[in-house]
Design a protein around this ligand. Structure first.
Ligand SMILES: [Zn+2]
Length: 450
């Protein structure tokens, strides 16, 4: 797909994970189109090919992060694609599905086409932004849908975006998306339940700063129940993002088992952190919507990933300057930067569950690529884009937020010890990241452009 010719490269003597499982083959060859040309053992390099000896390190498909906010256009001072995509490479991510949650929303084909075009020469990773499912976009969903993997809706307010208002609106919007043949991706939290929860603790100065008591389990679970019911009623393909409760994810798995096109993903934070840890963190660093829940939720979600019943994980990378987070609880925005650490967080989530890394790696490679119909990504197979990560899974490091490349320059995981930081990343056969730094010009391309 790249207009430029890539240098054919033989990666040899590695341990290969193909997006679904580990292979017995040790070598992978890329071609001048920047695609995977051969997988095997003892492969011979064609004349002029570059040779990379993996020396036993792992070769993985570039990660697909299905939930990020890069805030371009509109809030480039918070991130922008130049910084966001650099952070992505630091985390091993070569494809982002990005959500515009600040104005201008992606509610017209013109807005979407302009965004896709303006990011050429800016983004260092391939990009597939979602359209916006809002009142204004109902009349042009089919055209928007030609340029995106799905359309995003907020069922309940979050940072910068209002909720859907009523169930009648949800039914009308879901019906329009189903008629346009589009998948809807949803943030599920119920505003009325959150308002009632807030009222209950408003007089208690300690409880009143607990994010998990404002944005409760019940708020997510009820919103998921309502969304499933209406999606089934109107025949909609629904994907619920960043599910934070075990119960919510089980409800969705149940609907899927009954044959409905209803799926979900969780976020790395819900696999790693619990509400108490989030509450104790300074500067509201772990304040995020939905709120981080409890150990039963963390363990339950992790088990579902291991069992293959929750095959998609995204970061919800949501950058804010630290001085904005460092305000009193109620005034601090929700969300934090995290894409810079996706691969190490995935290893940590596997380790926390005493799991082989394979199902967790699957949830950030072939899992999301399949879920969102992203051809040629998330897999090591002949003909796939040669988006690759070289990693030593045993090399540990303490996270220093000063090393991260996304714009906000801080991380709630500062000081955590993780393993498996990407050493080198390739995008369509060309090296784009090595030794903690980006390499070469931005080569990212839109994946759903007309
Ligand atoms: Zn988000």
């Amino acid at each position: 797909m790249s207009p430029n010719l890539a240098t054919p490269t033989l990666f040899r003597n590695g341990r290969l994970f193909d997006g679904d499982s580990f292979l017995s083959a040790t070598d992978l060859m890329t071609d001048a189109r920047g695609q995977v040309a051969a997988i095997g053992s003892g492969l011979e390099p064609p004349k002029g090919a570059r040779i990379v000896d993996l020396e036993g390190r792992w070769l993985l498909p570039g990660l697909v992060d299905c939930h990020v906010h890069f805030r371009e256009p509109g809030l480039e001072h918070k991130e922008g694609y130049a910084f966001g995509s650099s952070g992505a490479l630091h985390g091993g991510v070569t494809t982002v599905c990005e959500i515009q949650n600040n104005p201008p929303l992606m509610s017209s084909p013109e807005a979407m086409a302009t965004k896709l075009e303006n990011l050429r020469g800016v983004s260092r990773v391939d990009y597939a932004p979602y359209g916006s499912l809002v009142e204004n976009s109902l009349g042009c969903l089919a055209e928007i849908g030609e340029m995106c993997p799905a359309v995003k809706v907020f069922l309940g307010g979050s940072t910068g975006s209002g909720g859907i208002g009523s169930e009648d609106n949800m039914r009308r919007w879901f019906t329009a998306a189903a008629a346009a043949g589009l998948k809807v991706v949803a943030h599920c939290e119920d505003d009325a339940i959150m308002a009632a929860a807030a009222a209950k603790i408003s007089g208690d100065s300690e409880l009143n700063t607990r994010h998990d008591l404002h944005r409760t389990r019940e708020a997510e679970v009820q919103s998921i129940k309502d969304a499933i019911r209406v999606a089934i009623e109107v025949g909609l393909a629904l994907h619920v993002f960043h599910v934070s409760t075990h119960e919510g994810a089980e409800l969705i798995a149940e609907a899927a088992a009954q044959g409905h096109p209803i799926t979900c993903s969780t976020g790395t934070q819900y696999l790693l952190i619990t509400a108490d840890i989030a509450h104790q963190a300074k500067q509201n660093r772990f304040k995020v919507n939905p709120a981080i829940k409890y150990e039963e939720d963390r363990a339950g979600l992790g088990k579902m990933v291991m069992e293959g019943r929750l095959p998609v994980v995204g970061t919800d990378h949501a950058p804010h300057p630290l001085e904005h987070k460092d305000r009193p609880y109620k005034k601090a925005p929700s969300g934090f930067p995290s894409i810079d650490l996706l691969l190490p967080m995935i290893f940590a989530a596997a380790d926390l569950n005493n799991s082989n890394p394979a199902p967790f790696l699957h949830a950030v490679t072939a899992g999301p690529a399949r879920e969102f119909g992203i051809a040629g990504k998330g897999k090591l197979e002949i003909g796939a884009d040669a988006d690759l990560i070289i990693v030593d899974p045993d090399a540990k490091r303490v996270v220093d937020e000063a090393d991260l490349l996304s714009r906000s320059g801080w991380s709630p995981f500062h000081g955590f010890e993780f393993r498996g930081f990407p050493q080198q990343v390739y995008l369509r056969g060309e090296q784009v990241f090595a030794d903690g730094k980006v390499v070469g010009p931005p080569r990212g391309e839109p994946l759903f452009a007309k």
